[in-house]
Design a protein around this ligand. Structure first.
Ligand code: CUA
Length: 307
């Protein structure tokens, strides 16, 4: 909130800070007056009850007009910042990105670039990317506070939001609508890069995975992916795997995190995740397949080739 990284987030931050200052001044004023009056007019022995005042017209006008003016000022600033934080989407404008909420991860597609990934939204800096948000199951909410407003992800009712980052960096976000047991472990990150870096990333992501013929462990992992239940849920472009239940794994090794931001994407963490996802994220739709250590290691070796 205090470190906005896009014009949209800056508009929200400005109105937040203005509200905070006004509310802070009122808080200090009211608390100060209460304390002052409680002390100044405290009960003293032998003192008669003071005469009560009923209806001081000037005061009543004052404390009606004052708040009305303050609320009107906040109203005008809020309307103005809503326009800046959430600019209208032009007729027929197609989304640059589609983010779909799942229990408990994010599917991220770039329809014009032919890319499907998960949990990490790459953005070219300085460009507002129109992002359509949807849900595959329950209501989720995409919230990356430094770059955009919150936006609900509703099943059957797409919403739009502009995602934009002015400077390169990693901007952390989370699901902001309770969506089940692993709601707290539904993390997302936006990775903002200069246009050229973004283009290089996009080019790499749109390539299919190579078919492995060398490296015994990796080849075994490639076979296990097909033989075990992995292929029923996960897609790998280039490996005849098209299931859309879990995240697309075509370039899993290029991602920073696993399991929607829960683990850093390292080989030991990937092994722990494949060995027993239920221990790391109980209730997740990825089951414990009771794989042997050799099978886990082979699968990890294969996944690490999916750059
Ligand atoms: Cu998804 Cu909370």
């Amino acid at each position: 909130m205090f470190h906005p990284a896009s014009p949209e987030a800056l508009a929200i931050s400005n109105v937040f800070i203005l509200t905070l200052i006004i509310a802070g001044v009122i808080f200090l004023l009211v608390t100060g007056l209460v304390l002052y009056i409680a002390f100044r007019y405290r009960h003293k022995d032998g003192q008669a009850e003071p005469r009560a005042n009923f209806g001081l017209t000037k005061l009543e006008i004052g404390w009606t007009v004052g708040p009305t003016v303050l609320l009107a000022v906040l109203f005008i600033f809020t309307i103005d910042s809503m326009g800046q934080a959430d600019p209208a989407v032009g007729q027929g404008r197609q989304p640059d990105i589609i983010v779909t909420g799942h229990q408990w991860w994010w599917e991220i597609q770039y329809p014009t670039l032919g890319i499907t990934t998960a949990n990490e939204i790459h953005l070219p800096t300085g460009r507002a990317m129109l992002t359509r948000v949807e849900s595959d199951d329950v209501i989720h909410d995409l919230w990356i506070p430094q770059i955009a407003r919150k936006i609900d992800m509703l099943p059957g009712q797409p919403n739009n939001v502009w995602l934009q980052a002015s400077a390169p960096g990693i901007y952390l976000g989370a699901c902001a609508e309770y969506c089940g047991t692993q709601h707290a472990k539904m993390l997302v990150r936006a990775i903002a890069q200069p246009q050229a870096e973004f283009d290089a990333w996009a080019k790499a992501q749109s390539r299919p995975a190579p078919h492995l013929t060398t490296g015994a462990t990796e080849v075994r992992g490639q076979q296990l992916f097909q033989q075990k239940t992995c292929i029923s849920c996960h897609a790998i472009n280039g490996a005849a795997a098209n299931a859309q239940v879990g995240p697309d794994l075509t370039h899993i090794a290029s991602r920073q995190t696993l399991a929607a931001g829960v683990l850093l994407n390292t080989p030991p963490n990937l092994a722990a995740w494949i060995r027993n996802p239920q221990q790391i994220k109980p209730g997740s739709h990825m089951p414990n397949l009771h794989l042997t250590d050799d099978e886990v290691n082979a699968l990890v070796a294969y996944m690490e080739t999916l750059k």
